[in-house]
Write a protein that binds this ligand. Sequence first.
Ligand code: G
Ligand code: G
Ligand code: MN
Ligand code: NA
Length: 257
Amino acid sequence: LQLETELRQALVEQQFCLHYQPQIDARGQRVIGAEALLRWQHPDKGLIGPGTFMHVLEESGMILQAGHWVLLQACHFIARLLGECKLAPDSFSLSVNISPRQFRQSDFVAQVDAAVRESGIPANCLKLEITESMVIQNIKDTVSKMHELRAMGIRFAIDDFGTGYSSLSYLKRLPVDLLKIDQSFIHDCAQEGNDAEIVRAIIAMARSLKLELIAEGVETAEQLAFLQQQDCHAYQGYLFSPAVAEEPFLQFILPAQ
Ligand code: G
Ligand code: G
Ligand code: MN
Ligand code: NA
């Protein structure tokens, strides 16, 4: 309850911020996007990651307010990247994690639409990350909202892919653009075992369904080499960079372009 009170305070006093983790192209060279990750700048404890507070935001319903803020903040950051870094709108996208409760709000589509319009960004620069379990919980509502958002140009990624219960048949029906291979499979993928086979299978499946792929949690050159051999499309992980604040992210982008 103490934490909940502090989080309410944090919302009012704007102690949240977004950090951005770069996503790198197949050759391991160019930044093609980023994932926005929520951080809490605690007045005494310093920077805190979502692991310690996301469940409280979710259970208390504060995630609705926080999630709306994240969406607006992310869209404004996209506008900055396009303006200040002169990124081409077709070559960069920013991913935002969407919580189940946030997605289920009846005005979610309108919220996204408003954030995109208000920031003046092309909708195709924004990607929404959802999980397999979210889709399964309420497939009809989820799919219809996804279609509405897709019609506006918004793209979708399935986060933590491989840890849920996806079947090929439902993946084919979903208006999804991208699968993010869960980092638990990447960890040991360079040691020819089960995880290597799972990663190969996911990559083959994505190819046949014509879906883009990002491998998450890439930490070593060996993992990267394995993934490059399998023709994975893109990477995210500490090998390249952790999530960083706005200004360092801009510095990360600027010299590369
Ligand atoms: O950055 P970190 O690895 O600590 O993030 C931990 C978890 O918190 C991840 O599963 C991520 O999806 C989730 N998360 C991070 N930022 C957000 C956010 O803005 N909204 C939601 N709903 N989840 C987030
Ligand atoms: O669940 P989701 O994919 O949204 O969250 C991604 C989480 O993974 C974030 O908390 C991020 O900080 C973390 N992360 C990003 N790259 C790496 C990595 O290379 N290794 C590990 N262990 N975690 C990572
Ligand atoms: Mn994510
Ligand atoms: Na993930």
